[in-house]
Design a protein around this ligand. Structure first.
Ligand SMILES: Cc1cc2nc3c(=O)[nH]c(=O)nc-3n(C[C@H](O)[C@H](O)[C@H](O)COP(=O)(O)O)c2cc1C
Length: 162
């Protein structure tokens, strides 16, 4: 029996700051997407990234079925986009401008960068899965913008770079 609980797990993990991305996809002409922090660069050769969708996500199964998804890196003025994309069961794209990337997955207006992928593999693990994407296209869209950061359950921006 451990001497820590799920709250300790959450708060300890919350000490690790991340950016925020929106994983998007397109299934049968309908855009889908959700907010995530569990994004990481995995391999340069071949070019791979990883994302961890929760098993309760209603959008990930759509991206999985399409076999493609795009990672959109949010800027620090895009918290409202994050708020919409963290909701479930609503029309998330009604008020968000986007264009289709090479895979057809949405690239959201105003993002810092995008990484457009084909689904390479998926590993079942705990209450999330590890989805590995093979990068087919990527670009920096706006290099002068700062990223949206997530730390201790709150959002922020870089105050200064060291
Ligand atoms: C900052 C932030 C980070 C998140 N990170 C993840 C994540 O890494 N993986 C995940 O599955 N959900 C993550 N979520 C939660 C999803 O965005 C949320 O469950 C959403 O409702 C899923 O929508 P869906 O049902 O359309 O998939 C995060 C939410 C926020 C606000």
């Amino acid at each position: 029996m451990s001497d820590w609980d799920s709250r300790t797990f959450r708060t300890t993990m919350g000490q690790f700051s991340t950016g925020v991305v929106i994983a998007t996809g397109m299934l049968r002409g309908e855009p889908a997407g959700f907010a995530a922090q569990s994004f990481v660069s995995l391999s340069l050769d071949p070019p791979l990234i990883a994302l961890c969708p929760g098993k309760t996500s209603s959008s990930w199964p759509k991206l999985r079925e399409s076999g493609k998804f795009c990672i959109n890196v949010l800027a620090d003025d895009q918290k409202p986009v994050c708020d919409i994309m963290a909701k479930t069961g609503i029309d998330k794209f009604a008020s968000i401008a986007w264009r289709a990337g090479k895979t057809g997955s949405p690239i959201l207006e105003g993002v810092i960068a995008f990484i457009d992928c084909e689904l390479e593999a998926e590993h079942e693990t705990g209450d999330h899965t590890i989805a590995i994407g093979r990068v087919v296209d990527l670009a920096i869209v706006q290099s002068d913008k700062a990223p949206l950061l997530f730390f201790q359950g709150r959002y922020g921006s870089f105050a200064n770079l060291v």
